[in-house]
Write a protein that binds this ligand. Sequence first.
Ligand SMILES: NC(=O)c1ccc[n+]([C@@H]2O[C@H](COP(=O)([O-])OP(=O)(O)OC[C@H]3O[C@@H](n4cnc5c(N)ncnc54)[C@H](O)[C@@H]3O)[C@@H](O)[C@H]2O)c1
Length: 438
Amino acid sequence: MKEYWIKDSSLADRGRKRIAWSETQMPVLMEIRKRFSEEKPLKGVRIGACLHITTDTGVLMRALAAGGAELYLCASNPLSTQDDVTAALVEEGVHVYGFRGQTEEEYYRCLGYVIASEPMITMDDGADLISAIHKLRYGIRTKELDYLKDIVEGIDFEKMVDGIIGGSEETTTGVIRLKALAREGKLLYPVIAVNDAESKRLFDNPIGTGQSALDGIIRATNTLLAGRDAVVVGFGNVGSGIAHRLRGMGARVTVVEVDPIKALKAVMDGFNVEPMSKAARHGDLFITATGDINVIRREHFEVMKDGAILANAGHFNVEISIKDLEEISTRKERISDCITTYILRDGRRLYLLAEGRLVNLACAEGHPSEVMDMSFSLQALSAKYLVENRGKLPRDVLMVPAEIDREVASLKLKAMGIEIEKLTDEQRRYLSSWTLGT
Ligand SMILES: NC(=O)c1ccc[n+]([C@@H]2O[C@H](COP(=O)([O-])OP(=O)(O)OC[C@H]3O[C@@H](n4cnc5c(N)ncnc54)[C@H](O)[C@@H]3O)[C@@H](O)[C@H]2O)c1
């Protein structure tokens, strides 16, 4: 078993400094870390995490370690790892398996090392770790799992799963996958949907991705957003945040949606709403945020303007059909770290950012730490909750307990120096009564 697998240990100093900067932006998680160092709620607990390895994740790892956990961490995306962070964490005793630019095989082998640690809690961003554990336990063979089979050889998966206290999931796509597993009655342990907590979903998804997706696009292309004809596909938590921020930067924004309620919301927020077949004809910049597959595909590429830019903010690289793009192109050229130009038969060029992967993490640094402060505080407190309730929770996808959700929001407000109004006793009585009226 490898102790770690990273790109370059000599980057540790830079990683340490950058994690230290994030710590200054994550007061809630730092408060939790302080409590964890005193209480040691995770003493002796092996946590296997599959997360984007950024500086914020570094701060989370330090908080979990302060709580007494033993940590095994792999990347949740082949392109999002910050190699200096991995080096710093390895020096601090975290078993890290990940580096930027992994092949598919390397990605799954890294996942294999985390599984081989036989984690007692799993922490996912996209559900790759938990889904691999379930497939191995159910004896389902896939090409991806073949990559790691020698690493996990000899493990008794039934016994291993029995030892798992629970898991947590960071993102919408992961929660969708887990709910499908639970619906089939196959989920083997309780999993907390951190994504669905209010203090995550209402901030991380729209505000964090809203800013960081544009950051990624700007860093990759240095393009001017003002006056741009921008098309946002999906007007959910993430897409609505991106659309509003694009408009704030002066872009002319069209929204593409399949859900009539979300589409109506977009219309009443003042956006132009169209089907993709129309939007494809005029957009200069396309950003997908649906968690769905092939939302931009051949028929759309065929009518796009020369020079259109394509970016994805959804979890997997499936929203923009790369297969179709490859098939209709005569050649492609990597023109920078983040841009691939596809040259179509008629000479038009389409620019794909980050190989269709999460543009905010692959071309920038992911969400600002201030936002991850809440998401990762929820992760840390959810791990503590799972341990405290070991054996008592159902094998289902569970909400973050409301007290934890509200505590994270309250701690964030306190850290921001913002006081809020409190209900009087009279108001509390009034709001919980059905007898009072006009
Ligand atoms: N980049 C990041 O850092 C980051 C952060 C959070 C979430 N995510 C990911 O972003 C994706 C979206 O998350 P969300 O929280 O906004 O989910 P959501 O469910 O709130 O929104 C998705 C929206 O896409 C719409 N949609 C689905 N198929 C469509 C199609 N073919 N055309 C147009 N619209 C379509 C849905 O109706 C829905 O309104 C997920 O994959 C999630 O995991 C990424």
